[in-house]
Each structure stands twice: as C-alpha cells, then as structure tokens.
Design a protein around this ligand. Structure first.
Ligand SMILES: [Zn+2]
Length: 126
C-alpha cells in the first residue's frame, strides 16, 4: 500500500510507502501532521493525516504476477521432464502457467484493496 499527498503549491502527487493499515497507527507513529517535501517543486507541505489517501501498488502487483509466472513456468517445465508422455500434460502446464499467477495476483490485489479501503475509510480526530 502506498500513501499519496498532493503538493499544495504545484499539485504534484507525492507517494510514500507505509506498513500502517489505518490512520490511527500512522498518526500514533508519525504524528497528526506530517511534513512532505514535494519531489517536483521542492516545496515543503504540511499535511494532516486525514488528508492522506491510500492507493494500491500496481507495480508490485505486476511484479507478484511476473514472479508467480516465472516460478510456475520453471517448476512446471521441470516437472514435465519426469513424465513419460509430457505432451499429454502440455495443456495442463499451459493452463497452470496462466491460471496460477492470475490467482496469486488476484488474491494479492484483493488484500491490497482491503488495506487501501480500510485506510481511506478511517479518520482521526484532529
Ligand atoms: Zn510541488
């Protein structure tokens, strides 16, 4: 999960990572007002924790899919070598190579979305 604040000076979105899944934990650790230096214009912004919003990590979801794809592909290919008639199982292999990484990334994306929604729904008292 990533958090976004937008720069009040130039409107640029500044992203940063967090392990906190709700504003209360985040505010406990970082304070109710956070200071973010804009990566585009360099202006320092003071943002209330309530002004932050969470977003999912699309790049990480793509990495999870690719890793699962490579793993399923190579493990499956390795296992095929032990079969007497590997051609009979080629359709199972192909289905797994597409199916397993899709399933893994759907589950990963779901948990990411749950964390994002939980964060965005919560508000701290100022
Ligand atoms: Zn800026």
């Amino acid at each position: 999960m990533r958090l976004v604040t937008f720069c009040k000076s130039c409107g640029h979105d500044n992203y940063f990572r967090t392990l906190h899944t709700n504003r209360f934990d985040f505010a406990m650790k970082n304070g109710k007002v956070i200071t973010v230096k804009c990566s585009k214009c360099g202006k320092t912004n003071q943002n209330s924790v309530n002004e932050l919003y969470a977003t999912k990590r699309n790049k990480l979801i793509a990495i999870v899919f690719s890793a699962a794809f490579l793993l399923t592909g190579s493990v499956g290919y390795y296992l095929l070598q032990f079969l007497i008639k590997p051609t009979m199982f080629i359709h199972i292999y192909l289905a797994s190579v597409i199916g397993i990484p899709s399933l893994v990334s759907i589950v990963f994306q779901k948990s990411e979305m749950d964390a994002v929604n939980l964060f965005n729904q919560s508000r701290i008292s100022e």
